[in-house]
Design a protein around this ligand. Structure first.
Ligand SMILES: [Zn+2]
Length: 485
């Protein structure tokens, strides 16, 4: 029995071997399965897909509130369209899966991203400034032939995301959209999912292929490395010029559209949800995201089974009526202890244990996943679960924010910066430049420190002082240097 238990649960600690912890938790909590064995393609199981579905709802709800309309676009792009914008082609061509239509003799790309699908449609759909802004999005799978080592959900050749493509009449409006996108990341990923991030305006050499500039969101993994989450890009007029997508302005003159793109990769954000909140017993899912918010485990003998199950069903339907996603685990094959173990591994926020003793007292035993506290709760008090859920999520957020704050440190010399990176932190550094002049210093950072210049803090006027520690030139930017996935 003991051996079976250790096989089912995690046999590694998150702090001691994070990489192995991640592998075990994603497989044993039934988030994913990689046994099909195609490099870079992962199967997401119902438990993982249930979380993803909820994540989609929160993002889409926010996007729709801001005026975005849903669309579904083809998964393939003609070679002619994909190759229209020259920087975009250069950046993406090495990563494209090509399909050949044998009958038509046409080459098609499996979409790596969809600027070259939306822009030609903007050209057809937008006539004048009255049609603007046009804000569209889709839920989509995208494909990138990544040649580096793949890791399930972290780096794959297929991922699940939302891509927003918006068109505006002026640069000013487009830049406001970039800001709105950062705010959506803040509102949804940080405030609801409990995952803090640094909004980083990427250096010139690290922006999206074809963009004027890119703001990425950097989140911490428990090992101190950064993982990039939603990015937003000011495309400017680069794509509209490549496709001839014009509109008539208020003065009756033709102008090229200003466009932006925003891409929350939901399957990748799931990585941050898992790794930010999980512990040595498994996942801890935010109440807002968990496919099951409360699980009911009846404790019975053959003698009182009927009575206990009946009461459990009563409670279950009561909770469902309150809008609480509830599961009654009445499987007779497993002992209660095994069930506790499994639902803790899967990260369900609350568990109700109910047996003969509890029924007599008109109460339940109530277990909370993050604090692992067990209390007695009156059955009439179960209506408090939604508000306890809010407190649950608030605790996760506060805990994540506290550990995030301690992970940024100032570094003024190469030696100091190295030490910061080696201790699993990000260094805040006075740096020469995030334009082309800074490339050489960025390469030093990469070669000698194994780190990356992630960019400057968006929406902030952090003033640089002193000299760049790598070239000695006067510092013009305050940048953040970290190691990354
Ligand atoms: Zn420098």
């Amino acid at each position: 029995m003991e051996q079976k238990k250790s096989q089912e649960g995690l046999n590694v600690k998150k702090n001691e071997n994070f990489s192995e912890w991640y592998t075990q938790v994603t497989e044993k909590a039934e988030i994913l399965d990689i046994r099909l064995g195609i490099k870079g393609f992962t199967i997401i199981r119902p438990w993982g897909a249930g979380i993803i579905e909820n994540m989609f709802k929160f993002f889409e709800n926010e996007l729709q509130k801001n005026g975005h309309k849903p669309t579904f676009m083809p998964s393939v792009i003609s070679k002619e369209n994909l190759t229209k914008e020259s920087e975009h082609v250069k950046g993406f061509t090495p990563q494209v899966f090509w399909l050949k239509d044998i009958n038509e003799g046409q080459e098609l790309a499996l979409r790596p991203t969809s600027e070259t699908v939306y822009t030609p449609m903007f050209k057809l759909w937008i006539r004048s400034w009255r049609d603007l802004p046009m804000k569209l999005y889709q839920r989509a799978h995208v494909f990138r032939l990544d040649t580096k080592a793949t890791r399930p959900l972290i780096r794959g050749r297929e991922f699940i995301w939302i891509e927003c493509h918006d068109a505006f009449k002026s640069k000013e409006d487009a830049e406001k959209q970039v800001q709105e996108d950062i705010n959506v990341t803040e509102k949804v990923m940080h405030q609801i999912f409990g995952v803090p991030f640094l909004p980083m305006k990427r250096p010139e050499w690290d922006k999206f292929a074809g963009a004027e500039y890119t703001v990425g969101s950097d989140c911490f993994m428990p090992d101190g490395k950064l993982i990039q989450q939603p990015s937003t890009h000011l495309m400017g007029q680069k794509f509209s010029k490549a496709f001839g997508a014009e509109f008539e302005n208020e003065n009756g003159k033709k102008e090229f559209l200003w466009t932006t793109a925003y891409g929350p990769a939901i399957s990748r954000i799931l990585v941050s949800v898992i790794t930010t909140h999980g512990d040595d017993s498994g996942l801890i899912l935010p109440y807002s995201l968990s496919p099951v918010q409360t699980v009911i485990v009846p404790i019975f003998t053959t003698k009182n089974k009927e009575k206990v199950i009946k009461k459990s069903e009563e409670i279950s339907s009561k909770l469902k009526k309150l809008g609480i996603r509830t599961e009654l685990d009445s499987d007779s094959e497993k002992r209660p202890g095994e069930k506790y173990h499994l639902w803790e591994l899967k990260g369900v926020p609350f568990r109700i244990e109910i047996g003969e003793k509890e029924i007599e007292k008109k109460e339940v035993t109530f277990f909370t996943r993050d604090t692992k506290e067990k209390t007695n709760m009156k059955i009439t008090d179960l209506k408090k679960i939604p508000s306890l859920g809010k407190e649950f999520d608030k605790r996760l957020l506060e805990k994540a924010d506290n550990s995030f704050k301690n992970r940024i440190e100032e570094g003024n010399s190469e030696k100091e910066i190295k030490k910061i990176l080696d201790t699993g932190k990000v260094a805040k550094v006075n740096f020469c430049s995030t334009d082309k002049e800074g490339v050489e210093c960025a390469q030093i950072v990469e070669k000698r420190l194994g780190g990356e210049v992630r960019g400057t803090l968006a929406n902030s006027n952090e003033k640089s002082n002193g000299k760049c520690p790598f070239c000695g030139k006067p510092a013009k930017k305050v940048v953040y240097i970290g190691r990354s996935y």
